[in-house]
Design a protein around this ligand. Structure first.
Ligand code: G6P
Length: 581
């Protein structure tokens, strides 16, 4: 987690870094700080969010600077633990995304040599280690090159020294991209802070150390000079702004027709890896919403293609790896989730072929897996996943269609139209019911069970109302004891084999006093009778109904959270990219 930004060029660095950090707040937002070089190092750091602050940070002077927005791991969020961290003599400043796992041992050694620590962070050891190495040769590049082999764990590091006109950067298992402008260079956790200035980017490899001056970027790997390809990023600066919407989340929900359309078209017979075309069994590994996308596809692949699908939480897979073979798919919108990446590495060690599905070009997962299918969702800033989730389903549904010889191609290619329609559905009655709820149950059967899991996840993460998704038949095995007029149930009840039994389930819930919001198909005559509130969805193919029902649940969570004055885009305690175990 955490976001970092660096700038070197002809302009004042601080305003560029401050704006960049605001865009990276989805990675963490409990404190922030910036350091610039202006003869000496100027430093300003604070507890809180940079986007809420009218602080002095932006007034730091100097054309070289580094900044950080934090998601605390080692040490509480306060001014002292905020990055950048400095050495004993305030000549070196460091920002870091990742975790230095051997920091305690390194800290003991440094303290015994007389170094004085100010913070509780793991990162501060890096500043002091560089201080030692720098004292010997007064060369920041070579000091950083000497220090990084001593670090275990993960790091994207930006380092400056008061008497050197450059930024030294290093990366291992944490993301770091360099932006190449005209007479100026940028370094950041992702492209969002950079794209307003340049679309030219260099993605560093694990173990790379680079020196950024006003004139050039030099990259080194194990001490040797190397080159890395210059990539053109096709995101626009506008994609990273709110574009008139009150929140990124609402904007991203409204971008879903486009995200689905673009992603469906990007997955073709030519782009699909051979391992997918020949898959006889599949293991899917993921976390959070990506896991829910995997569960939806498990239902679909098993029922339409008779391919057995095993689904694993990446965090469990690492410690309790099941016997696996065949194709392993890692789903991760960010491409940086530590557990998912570790699980992919383990799968490779078992000689499985691995496929990554991610939204982020050159992300760690795409470097780890044997092959990658990229979604075309564009940047997603809000912490709660929405359009990246729909794009994951677009990739996985296209795979299903391919394995059925193109059976669903036409349906998927026009799926965006039904998605557009549901964006306009009036949910005010359902929102009024939810904002007074003590707890909410979501139920469905078949693929609508994972839809209910994802709907409840959205509700709990942004509204802070306790919400649980259940397979509808399971509710009577315990949760029925919790049903009451303050515990609404949201039931997804589409035509098909399970329709009748869902109606019976709804009646059972009503009989126990729970108000029911039913989501069904337009024209349904029974649901408006049995449920308190009926939300009709367009008549369309069951695959697309998975998407439309899901989007209604995203909107319900969004409007409920807004009514409760929650911080929709940055819910408490969460981060979008979970790079710790
Ligand atoms: C975090 C995010 C979720 C996401 C999960 C997995 O918890 O807030 O939205 O689903 O991580 O992330 P990934 O990037 O691997 O899909």
């Amino acid at each position: 987690m955490c976001g970092i930004v660096g700038y070197i060029g002809r302009r004042e660095a601080a305003p560029i870094i401050v704006e960049g950090l605001k865009k990276l707040e989805y990675r963490g937002y409990d404190s922030f700080g910036v350091a610039t070089i202006n003869g000496c190092i100027e430093l300003d750091k604070h507890q809180g969010r940079i986007s809420d602050s009218s602080s002095s940070t932006v007034n730091l002077k100097g054309k070289i600077g580094i900044g950080h927005t934090r998601w605390a791991t080692h040490g509480v969020p306060n001014d002292v633990n905020a990055h950048p961290h400095m050495d004993c003599n305030n000549r070196i400043a460091v920002v870091h995304n990742g975790i230095i796992e051997n920091y305690a041992e390194l800290k003991r050694q440094l303290v015994s040599r007389g170094h004085v620590f100010r913070s509780e962070t793991d990162t501060e050891v890096v500043a002091h280690l560089i201080e030692d190495a720098y004292e010997k040769e007064e060369d920041l590049l070579s000091a950083v090159q000497k220090v990084v082999p001593r670090l275990t764990g993960s790091y994207a590091l930006l380092v400056i020294a008061s008497n050197e006109d450059r930024i030294i950067v290093a990366r291992y298992a944490s993301p770091l991209v360099l932006g190449v402008g005209d007479g100026e260079f940028f370094a950041a956790s992702d492209m969002t802070p950079i794209i307003d200035y340049t679309e030219r980017a260099i993605f560093l490899e694990d173990g790379d150390v680079a020196s950024l001056t006003q004139d050039e970027i030099e990259i080194f790997h194990e001490g040797k000079r190397v080159t890395r390809p210059l990539e053109l990023i096709d995101w626009s600066g506008e994609d990273t702004k709110k574009g008139g919407f009150p929140h990124y989340m609402l904007k991203e929900i409204y971008e879903q027709p486009q995200a689905f359309y673009n992603t469906v078209r990007s997955v073709t017979a030519e782009t699909l890896p051979v391992s997918v075309k020949n898959a006889e069994s599949v293991t899917i590994i993921a976390c959070g919403s990506s896991y829910n996308a995997g569960l939806i596809i498990k239902y679909i692949l098993e029922n339409t293609c008779a391919i057995p699908v095993r689904l694993e939480f990446a965090s469990e897979f690492k410690y309790f790896p099941p016997p696996i073979r065949g194709l392993v798919i890692g789903i991760s919108q960010s491409g940086e989730t530590a557990d998912t990446i570790t699980a992919i590495k383990q799968a490779k060690a078992h000689n499985c072929t691995s496929l990554a599905i991610t939204n982020v070009l050159a992300s760690s997962i795409s470097r780890t897996a044997d092959c990658t299918l990229f979604m075309r969702a564009g940047p997603e800033i809000s912490v709660a996943a929405t359009k990246s989730f729909i794009a994951q389903l677009a990739v996985l549904m296209q795979i299903t269609s391919f394995l059925r010889n193109g059976e669903f191609d036409d349906i998927l290619r026009s799926g965006h139209r039904a998605i557009e329609e549901v964006l306009l559905i009036d949910l005010s009655d359902a929102v009024s019911l939810c904002i007074n709820a003590h707890s909410i149950f979501y139920v469905g059967r078949g693929p609508f069970y994972p839809v209910s899991l994802e709907g409840s996840l959205k509700m709990k993460e942004i509204s802070y109302i306790h919400a649980e998704g259940y397979a509808a038949g399971e509710l009577k095995h315990g949760p029925f004891a919790l049903l009451s007029p303050e515990t609404p149930v949201i039931a997804i009840c589409m035509p098909g084999e399970t329709y009748g039994v869902m109606i019976s389930n709804i009646k059972e819930m009503k009989a126990r006093g729970a108000p029911v919001i039913a989501i069904g198909e337009e024209g349904d005559l029974e649901l408006p009778e049995v449920a308190d509130i009926f939300i009709p969805l367009p008549v369309t193919h069951p695959l697309i109904q998975v998407l439309t029902s899901l989007i209604v649940l995203q909107l319900l969570a969004y409007y409920t959270a807004v009514s409760l004055n929650r911080d929709v885009d940055k819910p408490r305690n969460l981060a979008k990219s979970v790079t710790v175990e």
